[in-house]
Design a protein around this ligand. Structure first.
Ligand code: DX5
Ligand code: ZN
Length: 220
């Protein structure tokens, strides 16, 4: 089963509620929420107050991608404001096992994310404990960047480990996904697909989502 996780980073923030509603009308279950602190990445997006507001108008699964320094400081806050999956960057976190446990103890799914240039084994060693692993296919910080094809091998390596060890861990790919490369990402083993600009910057997001869903249906 492939889950599509459109990223609201590329949505119109003035009408976030409508954008989320559009996803629900498209029978999407996940929404990807990019939190940036201007430190871990050179950009600032939004934080808990915004997530708390959109939680009230949406029952989508909030897949929250924390691009922040020392994410362990804010796990409870992100759990309390309504996130369902909390993905922190392994590069930013001092105590990874403790942070995974903390997320789970709050009843949330624990995800970890890895930047394109970090050794992929640095996340593989935590796959047994994780609910989701997020492999970045662009440098984190901005929507609309070009897909890094070398990420496919990294996804494959994680997928291999997950299947060999019969793990439940979901495998997410994030950055530069479009209609031309999405099949490659799925073939590499990704089962949660993030797309920001490809959905929300298109002239008709509703129709665009249908095209992705058609591709996903070929894999089920
Ligand atoms: C980048 C973010 C991505 C971004 C994806 O730092 O983590 O989730 O929104 O946007 P696109 O699909 O436009 O690359
Ligand atoms: Zn993201």
């Amino acid at each position: 089963m492939i889950n599509f996780a459109p990223s609201v980073l590329s949505a119109d923030f003035a009408k976030l509620s409508d954008e989320l509603n559009l996803l629900e009308r498209s029978n999407i279950t996940y929404v990807h929420i990019d939190v940036m602190d201007g430190m871990f990445v050179p950009n600032i997006s939004f934080g808990m107050p915004v997530i708390e507001c959109i939680r009230k108008v949406s029952s989508l699964i909030f897949d929250t991608h924390l691009m922040i320094e020392k994410p362990e400081r804010y796990i409870k806050e992100f759990a309390d404001c309504g996130c369902d999956i909390i993905d922190f960057h392994i590069e930013a976190c001092k105590d990874i096992p403790k942070t995974i446990k903390k997320i789970k103890s709050l009843g949330k799914k624990a995800g970890a994310a890895i930047k394109p240039k970090t050794d992929i084994n640095d996340i593989i060693k935590y796959l047994d404990e994780l609910d989701l692993a997020l492999v970045m296919s662009v440098e984190p910080g901005f929507g609309g960047q070009k897909f890094m094809p070398e990420s496919l091998k990294r996804v494959e390596k994680c997928a291999d480990y997950i299947s060999k060890n019969n793990l439940k861990c979901e495998l997410e790919i994030d950055g530069g996904i479009n209609l031309l490369n999405v099949k490659d990402a799925i073939n590499a083993g990704a089962n949660v697909i993030v797309a920001g600009s490809a959905v929300f910057k298109s002239s008709d997001p509703f129709e665009e989502i249908k095209k992705y869903k058609k591709i996903f249906s070929e894999f089920t």
